[in-house]
Design a protein around this ligand. Structure first.
Ligand code: SF4
Length: 403
């Protein structure tokens, strides 16, 4: 495939060189594997990968594997235009006879059910980053394990991990999902997934876009992929999440709506600045809600020292723990209000509605609360974390409360 050179200068990769390198890597590693799989998040990098691979197979630039399985990682927290683009591309794939397997965490482990039903605090950067593994990696590993059990031999897992030009100098893949507008989970798919229980040793991973710069991604998604000769893909909408016409400069990281691990909701801010998506503005209430839920008044705490199985004291005496039932109900109510506000506006504007929390998930949250469910290791008789207590140190010494 020859494409026009879009960039001048010697430092930047030109578009056709980027695709050439992708082709070379696929031609070098692809034929050694009968079965390929693609981990598709619906974000820009993995969508570019998916549509390009199908296109390259369709035009005969790479040989089709015996089987190709596309796993769509649906966290239930995707930003709306990405979810819509994923639905459209799934339909386009179906029209070509290519099925997409939707991969989702089981009900009790989904982001909002786990927080509001089971009471586990929203993740943060310091102590608890349970979310990526639980809503992205583990379900993908389970889906792959099920797929592998139906196949002979190994699977080549293709991921959209990118590192731009630095990839050519440095072949290491970083876990960081804040780099160069990456999608949450990318590096994990490449590094953590192959070692997951049940699939260890049976998948190889390849990142055919590793060397792509963000400009290569946008040229593919916005200019080429939508053209009929390149597949006519519904990829243009994806740019809205990353900043519309300025997507390349803004280069927002994407992940869950209101992701508590980022300082700013850059992708959501980009979106609601556009008249078509301004009605999503109430979603800005999610991040402050997740922060608020982590406050001591909304959680319980251990009163003293805990011991590990080997008898040594745990590192963090009097640690803060799960959410109180009141906090969970407050959080549930706020999420439902936010969803209701957005969807009421959507209906009056004739725009698409959001589906952050469906009826099944809401019912399960209420059921878990009614059953007085606490995470493992907690009874619920611990005091709330804003209750003044004597301070217990790791060596067992106690500093009485100063009154
Ligand atoms: S986007 Fe944020 S909340 Fe979602 S899985 Fe990634 S780190 Fe967790």
């Amino acid at each position: 495939m020859r494409q026009p050179t879009l960039f001048e200068g010697t430092k930047r990769l030109v578009y056709d060189e980027a695709i050439d390198l992708t082709l070379q890597s696929l031609q070098a590693y692809g034929p050694a594997h009968d079965h390929w799989a693609i981990a598709w998040s619906g974000g820009k990098d993995s969508t570019a990968l998916l549509t390009l691979i199908i296109h390259l197979i369709e035009v005969g630039r790479i040989a089709a594997p015996k089987t190709l399985t596309i796993f769509y990682a649906d966290t239930r927290q995707e930003l709306l235009p990405l979810a819509i683009a994923a639905q459209r591309i799934t339909a386009q794939l179906a029209a070509r006879g290519i099925a997409v397997e939707i991969v989702m965490a089981p009900l009790d482990k989904r982001f909002l059910v786990y927080i509001l039903g089971r009471g586990v605090p929203p993740p943060n950067n310091n102590t608890l980053r349970w979310c990526t593994r639980q809503i992205k990696i583990d379900p993908m590993a389970d889906a792959l394990e099920a797929r592998l059990s139906a196949l002979d031999g190994n699977v080549l897992m293709l991921t959209g991990v990118r590192q731009g030009e630095s990839a050519i100098r440095d072949q290491r893949i970083v876990m960081s999902c804040g780099k160069d507008g990456a999608e949450c989970g990318q590096g994990w798919y490449q590094q953590v997934l192959p070692n997951a229980k049940g699939i260890r040793g049976r998948i190889a991973t390849l990142a055919p876009l590793l060397h792509w710069r963000v400009c290569n991604i946008w040229d593919w998604l916005r200019v080429f992929a939508p053209m009929r000769e390149y597949g006519g893909w519904s990829t243009a909408l994806i740019a809205d999440v990353y900043g519309g016409d300025e997507a390349e400069e803004r280069n927002a990281r994407t992940g869950c709506t209101g992701c508590p691990l980022t300082d700013k909701d850059l992708a959501l801010d980009n979106l609601i600045a556009m008249p078509d998506w301004a009605y999503l503005a109430p979603l800005k209430g999610l991040k402050p809600l997740y922060r608020e839920l982590r406050l001591p008044r909304n959680r319980i705490r251990k009163t003293g020292l805990e011991f590990r199985k080997d008898g040594t004291p745990a590192a963090n005496p009097q640690r803060m723990g799960p959410l109180t039932f009141e906090a969970r109900l407050m959080g549930l109510d706020r999420v439902l209000v936010i969803q209701g506000q957005v969807n009421e506006a959507a209906r009056s504007l004739g725009r698409p509605e959001i589906d952050l929390l469906n009826a099944e998930e809401e019912a399960r949250i209420r059921e878990l609360i009614a059953a007085q469910t606490w995470p493992h290791g907690w009874d619920g008789d611990e005091p709330t974390a804003d209750t003044p207590l004597d301070t217990v140190f790791r060596d067992g010494s106690i500093q009485p409360l100063l009154v």
